[in-house]
Design a protein around this ligand. Structure first.
Ligand SMILES: Cc1cc2nc3c(=O)[nH]c(=O)nc-3n(C[C@H](O)[C@H](O)[C@H](O)COP(=O)(O)OP(=O)(O)OC[C@H]3O[C@@H](n4cnc5c(N)ncnc54)[C@H](O)[C@@H]3O)c2cc1C
Length: 355
């Protein structure tokens, strides 16, 4: 396994649970999973907010929907098992999307009607009065979508892997070499080892390893920013609030009394904008006063890997024994369990072919 973000760690854990002999490589493995002190050099997973937008996905068919549905099915079991390593790791349920206009409200209504069984329900402006009084077109509430804390998730997965005696190498992989039916993994320290199978979970850095092999899967960075805020006025508790409120692509996530995270979904490029407070101003008049006047106590940014000319994520066996599980763009945390299961099925398939 090359790369130890949510995708690499989660996939390694799933494979190890199935009895596979797994090694993980990532130079970040000798750093603690934290945002302090490294706000400008975070992996995608550590920068992320861990929002799980599974059931509110617009499409109802295709791989994207199947991966989301399956991931949402798997999350409760994942969290329950991983809590043994991080008791504070929880699945925070409840996601509320505010409708931006009448058209969005209509789309949400259609989705809610189709997915009653999955816990989707429309809410009216009156229902929203206590939470988001600026709502004009109601919103869509998803009972089972929500959030996991991506830092606790990574800590739990690292601990679970260490307990399963998975080899954790705090080392970058420099290049890969085909070796008959095997792969030689050359590490940055000049050492190398041979593996039956390589899974690339290296997000934006995947092409560095793929291009010398004659493979290319270009990805562009899309910057995301997040603020940690302390309220000076406004709600002191978050009663009636969902775990995540989404308005115009901004995620608001209460974390403690008087504290919340605010994240922007999409900002093309790889440079953080100069004034992080513009994030809040961009809430287009809909930011309540308590949000405008909140004090910024933390700010970080990170890059999402968006595949060029291909839908996210990139899940492919590129050649025998070389699996790519990268390019998860905006939903890598959400799609971790489904991705791990997909990789395990590929590994199984390969073992059957070789038997
Ligand atoms: C601000 C922000 C907010 C986000 N919010 C959400 C959200 O709410 N919900 C959600 O689902 N997703 C969210 N995302 C997207 C999500 O973070 C990514 O899709 C996900 O983290 C991708 O996980 P990953 O494991 O593929 O990549 P990463 O977490 O980036 O991990 C890749 C790892 O590969 C390692 N690596 C690279 N090259 C090598 C090499 N040569 N050798 C060894 N190791 C290597 C790196 O060190 C890194 O640790 C957000 C992203 C950002 C930036």
């Amino acid at each position: 396994m090359i790369g130890a973000g949510a995708i690499g760690l989660g996939t390694a854990w799933h494979l190890a649970q199935q009895g596979h002999d797994v090694s993980v490589y990532d130079p970040r493995l000798n750093q603690s999973v934290d945002r302090e002190g490294s706000a400008n050099d975070l992996s995608g997973t550590s920068a992320s907010l861990g929002v799980l937008m599974g059931h509110v996905f617009r499409r109802s068919s295709g791989r994207g929907w199947r991966l989301r549905r399956r991931s949402m099915e798997l999350w409760p079991q994942w969290i329950e098992t991983l809590q043994a390593h991080q008791p504070d790791l929880r699945l925070h349920p409840g996601l509320l999307q505010i409708a931006e206009d009448e058209q969005a409200a209509k789309r949400m209504e259609a989705l809610a009607a189709q997915r009653v069984d999955l816990g989707l329900q429309m809410v009216t402006n009156a229902d929203l009065a206590a939470v988001w009084p600026t709502a004009r077109h109601g919103g869509l509430h998803s009972r089972h979508d929500g959030r996991v804390n991506p830092l606790l998730l990574q800590r739990a997965l690292r601990q679970a892997l260490a307990e399963q005696s998975v080899e954790l190498n705090a080392m970058a992989v420099d290049h890969l070499e085909r070796n008959d039916n095997h792969w030689r993994v050359h590490r940055a320290d000049g050492d190398s080892s041979v593996h039956n199978l390589v899974v690339l979970c290296t997000a934006l850095h995947s092409d560095v390893l793929l291009e010398p092999l004659g493979q290319a899967r270009p990805m562009t960075p899309v910057l995301g920013q997040a603020l940690s805020l302390e309220l000076t006025t406004g709600p002191t508790t978050w009663n009636n609030w969902p775990s995540v409120l989404v308005d115009q692509g901004f995620n608001l996530i209460p974390t403690a009394p008087g504290r919340l995270l605010l994240g922007a979904t999409v900002e093309p490029g790889d440079r953080a904008s100069e004034d992080p407070l513009t994030l809040m101003r961009n809430l287009n008049e809909r930011a309540p006063e308590w949000l405008r006047s909140a004090k910024v106590v933390g700010h970080w940014s990170g890059l999402r890997a968006r595949p060029v000319d291909r839908p996210a994520p990139l899940l492919e066996e590129l050649e025998p024994g070389l699996i790519l599980a990268s390019g998860h763009y905006r939903n890598g945390v959400l799609l971790t369990p489904g991705t791990a299961e997909w990789v395990a099925a590929e590994v199984e398939q390969r073992s059957l072919e070789q038997a």
